[in-house]
Design a protein around this ligand. Structure first.
Ligand SMILES: [Zn+2]
Length: 621
């Protein structure tokens, strides 16, 4: 950790970040090569090259000032009454700004074959609701800095400081009301608490002031009869805000949202001010990231399939894909063995668990087919327009899914991403090309290290299908209880041990981890390493290989695991993540797991009473 200090433009620095930075330089070289206007470029190269070129042209972006926003700003300023709000919100959604709420599509939690409209809480500028409500000094101070930031953004538009300060207060009070109507991060983990499939007429009765039919039509949704309203009380809170807030304050809020949501493509003075709050105050980074890094991320975010296919061509080897597939098969077999051996689960539930396990689909390395952006106009000198048009393309793509069967080849992450996920509604595990590289998968390393690293990640994702959240979905991805009452109780008791364990860890100062927020991830971490360990032993088939670098295979598995979680972070970032991140910090992702494992204690000859020997140990899977 001492040898790897946090670079000044980062707020945390771990193995994931190092690899993400390396991927970003690969993406940069791809983009630099196609960013000049050459006739030899393919369609995809022209799309990503021109998008990147427009983003990199800081002088042109600065020279335009707020001109690209003028139509939208005028639309807001010219609102004559509250009836005009639907039209303005619709227009903002189409270009990528989401005031008040979020709207898109999702799989129906209770009929996973269908895609339905999804309307969720949103519309706030701080990371989540409790930031508006907590009364400790740090939270109060951060809110002050947020209000000062909002005021500063208004000043940069040319508004006088005293007026800007009043406007910022109005934004704060409106967002606080939205926060009060929102569901907290822990409750949101319960899939039943965010599932309320309602007929549109019921939505209308929750918030009659907003013209929902006009909005759905205006953003291009197909005809909708019912949709999931994740948090109905939030929509009611929005209604009373629309009724009680003055037209001037509503205009102020919408203007702020437009500025904040577009800040990445605004002139550099707005980007710097945005960094001052979101980068520095909130996360503790010291310097803004270089422009090329921000532009690479924009292309990755707005044209993920165009850039992703170039990345995959360059980085994904057949060997990595093949070996990962083998490891997935080995780890699925370990999970089957693990389920069969469990002493706390009855045969009836075990049988259901096996059905679910055997139905898990694997997506490794790359998408089966890529989205085609050729209908989107990308200008070499139009950073703002490019972002708005690609946002609209993606909104239409998402909304076009409503009423159709699920496309199981879709991914929720771009291919260069250093991450992986389990999707409970598709019942699949997904590993983008971005993570199938050292230190996660390394063809110069032995099986033991690879099982400890990418193997533990595979085991982690698979265990998500059976954590407190995933276990509520069945083999087909439907929210349906397949557990006997007795087994559910046994599961909850075991999960409670994990909640208590991680609630005892300190993130920073006096901030403890939220054991309930991180329960699913901690369960997956604990299960993942055990499955990787079982799969390694199975692969070794009783033969102990010669020590390597002085370590046994078992020791190397645990070292491989620990090394993917090496991590330095700023205090600010630790504080924020403890509040919002369902993952525990790296230190506890490792020590919290291995201290539960007799296998670890045996591998390193730990004795009772030593820190890595937890009594009683927690074990779910
Ligand atoms: Zn996870």
């Amino acid at each position: 950790m001492a040898a790897n200090p946090i670079p000044s433009d980062q707020s945390r620095w771990g193995r994931f970040n190092v690899l993400q930075e390396r991927n970003r330089t690969v993406l940069q070289s791809i983009l630099e090569a196609v960013s000049t206007d050459k006739p030899t470029r393919t369609v995809v190269e022209r799309e990503i090259g021109d998008y990147y070129a427009a983003c990199m042209n800081e002088a042109a972006v600065d020279a335009k000032g707020l001109a690209p926003l003028k139509d939208d700003l005028d639309l807001i300023a010219n609102m004559k009454d509250k009836a005009a709000i639907t039209g303005v919100v619709t227009r903002m959604f189409r270009s990528g700004s989401n005031p008040f709420f979020n709207f898109g599509s999702s799989q129906d939690a209770k009929d996973s074959t269908q895609v339905i409209g999804d309307l969720d809480q949103g519309g706030i500028g701080l990371p989540e609701r409790d930031y508006y409500l907590k009364t400790d000094d740090k939270s109060v101070d951060l809110r002050k800095r947020y209000v000062a930031h909002v005021a500063k953004m208004f000043e940069l538009m040319g508004i006088a400081p005293d007026v800007a300060a009043k406007k910022a207060d109005a934004v704060m009070s409106l967002e606080t009301e939205l926060a009060k109507g929102s569901l907290d991060v822990v409750s949101r983990r319960d899939p039943n608490k965010v599932y309320h499939k309602l007929p549109v007429k019921e939505l209308v009765s929750l918030a009659p002031t907003f013209d929902w039919a006009a909005f759905f039509n205006g953003v291009g949704a197909p005809p909708i009869e019912s949709l999931n309203v994740d948090v109905p009380p939030f929509i009611r809170a929005m209604e009373s805000i629309l009724v009680q807030t003055s037209l001037d304050d509503l205009k102020t809020y919408l203007t702020w949202h437009l500025l904040n949501d577009s800040s990445a493509v605004l002139p550099s003075i707005f980007q710097r001010e945005t960094f001052e709050f979101y980068g520095k105050a909130l996360r503790g980074a010291k310097e803004m990231r270089a422009r090329w890094k921000r532009c690479v991320d924009q292309v990755d975010g707005q044209l993920p399939d165009a850039l992703g296919q170039k990345f995959v061509e360059k980085t994904l080897g057949d060997e990595g894909k093949r070996r990962t597939q083998q490891m997935v098969a080995a780890i699925e077999k370990a999970m089957a063995d693990d389920i069969q051996k469990l002493d706390w689960m009855t045969p009836k539930t075990k049988e259901q668990a096996m059905v679910k396990l055997h139905a898990v689909m694997n997506k490794i390395g790359t998408k089966a087919h890529w989205n085609d952006y050729s209908s989107v106009q990308i200008g070499r000198n139009d950073a703002y327009g490019n972002a708005a048009r690609t946002s609209e393309f993606e909104l239409h793509r998402q909304l076009a899914k409503i009423g159709k069967p699920v496309d199981k080849t879709e991914w929720q992450m771009s291919q260069p991403t250093v991450n992986a996920y389990y999707d409970p509604q598709e019942n699949d595990i997904n590993f983008p090309a971005g993570i199938l590289q050292p230190p996660f998968w390394d063809n110069t390393m032995d099986d033991a290290v690879n099982y400890g690293a990418i193997g533990a990640v595979i085991g982690h994702e698979l265990t998500h299908g059976f954590d407190d959240q995933g276990r509520q979905f069945d083999a087909q991805g439907n929210l349906r209880d397949w557990w006997t009452e007795q087994d559910a109780k046994a599961f909850e008791q075991r999960a409670e041990c994990i909640v208590k364990e991680y609630s005892g860890f300190t993130a920073v100062d006096d901030i403890k981890l939220k054991g309930e927020l991180t329960l699913g991830e901690n369960t997956a971490d604990n299960g993942g390493v055990r499955l990787a360990y079982m799969a390694l032993l199975d692969t070794l088939a009783g033969k102990q290989p010669a020590k390597r670098d002085g370590f046994t295979a078992e020791q190397r598995l645990f070292l491989g695991f620990a090394q993917i979680w090496c991590d330095n972070h700023t205090d600010e970032s630790a504080r924020m993540l403890a509040q919002v991140d369902p993952h525990s910090p790296g230190e506890f992702r490792v020590n919290g797991v291995v201290s539960n494992m007799p296998e670890f204690q045996q591998a390193f000859a730990c004795k009772i009473g030593q820190p890595m020997v937890r009594r009683p140990a927690c074990r779910v899977w």
